[in-house]
Design a protein around this ligand. Structure first.
Ligand SMILES: NC(=O)C1=CN([C@@H]2O[C@H](COP(=O)(O)OP(=O)(O)OC[C@H]3O[C@@H](n4cnc5c(N)ncnc54)[C@H](OP(=O)(O)O)[C@@H]3O)[C@@H](O)[C@H]2O)C=CC1
Ligand SMILES: O=C(O)[C@@H]1CCC=N1
Length: 264
């Protein structure tokens, strides 16, 4: 499959690196183009993928085109490539942009997959939501589903769930990293080096996530296992909650969902 990327920012780079590392695609089958030549040609050189001179050239060289620009650029780019897209499949990772809107801008006969990956696809530990229009036939759904599965877990979702999915999986790596950084800063406060504190915190977070996925117990039950009677953990938990830990998380997710819903 020849796959082209329009926009080679943080997310496209993560997808391309994951696809190459998992050997789901070969470097010579990946074409890219973005706004600044200096940026995308260096990335093309470093990863042996094909640097194109224009967005249109990316479309011409590809069977599947991944639209990976920010929402404010998406309309302009689709207007530019619309006439070249007619025999292709479009994958859009544009946050908050519905399939309906993509069809309006790119054409109603076009097979479209809307994907919402997260940045962890770079290390094949991603979580990606997928939804497709009726024009994307079953074999293509399966093939593109497998493509994203090579980057981690996938979940076919109704588009109405994309807002909350985007917050819980798309944005949450930033929130979890914020938590890890907060832990490691306190480690520094207590005399650890930043490096050591970050590794300790990240390993604890990774282990806890694995435990939630592998255990039959809920996170709440697992909290109880760590909280020894009269011990330090429960003292810490209650102090965090007094400072509004859960309320802060809920407010953050509410703001994320609200912003995501303002694109269309
Ligand atoms: N970052 C994430 O974790 C996630 C992002 N997304 C979605 O992915 C999309 C991209 O996000 P992200 O990678 O973070 O953003 P970036 O700002 O990192 O990347 C945007 C890219 O678009 C390129 N670009 C801008 N204008 C044009 C144009 N006219 N033609 C071609 N390319 C253009 C930029 O080019 P240049 O580099 O040359 O300046 C850049 O490579 C967004 O819609 C976002 O909602 C979805 C899920 C997760
Ligand atoms: O911040 C953003 O808008 C995108 C959507 C999900 C993750 N990053």
């Amino acid at each position: 499959m020849k796959i082209g990327f329009i926009g080679v920012g943080a997310m496209a780079r993560a997808i391309i690196k994951g696809l190459l590392a998992s050997e789901a695609v070969s470097a010579e089958d990946v074409s890219i183009h973005s706004a600044h030549k200096g940026r995308y040609s260096k990335f093309a050189q470093d990863n042996s993928v094909v640097a194109c001179e224009s967005n249109i050239q990316v479309v011409q060289q590809s069977d599947v085109v991944v639209l990976a620009v920010t929402p404010d650029q998406a309309e302009l780019v689709l207007q530019e490539i619309r006439d070249e897209l007619t025999t292709k499949t479009l994958i859009s990772i544009v946050g908050g942009m519905s399939i309906n809107r993509l069809e309006e801008l790119a054409g109603y006969n076009l097979p479209i997959l809307r994907a919402l990956p997260n940045i962890n696809v770079e290390i094949m530990a991603g979580m990606t939501a997928l939804a497709a229009n009726d024009q994307l036939i079953e074999t293509s759904r399966k093939q593109l589903g497998e493509l994203f599965q090579s980057l981690g877990e996938i979940s076919w979702q109704p588009e109405t769930s994309f807002g909350i999915f985007s917050a819980l999986a798309g944005s949450s790596p930033a929130y979890v990293d914020f938590f890890i950084d907060s832990l490691s800063r306190v480690g520094v406060k207590y005399g650890l080096t930043k490096d050591a504190a970050t590794k300790i915190a990240a390993q604890a977070v990774q282990g806890s996530a694995k435990m939630v996925l592998q255990s039959s117990q809920t996170p709440f039950e697992l909290i109880d296992q760590v909280s020894s009677p009269g011990g330090s953990t429960v003292a810490g938990l209650l102090a965090m909650e007094e400072a509004g830990f859960m309320t802060a998380v809920v407010k953050g997710i509410d703001a994320t969902v609200k912003k995501d819903s303002q694109v269309d």
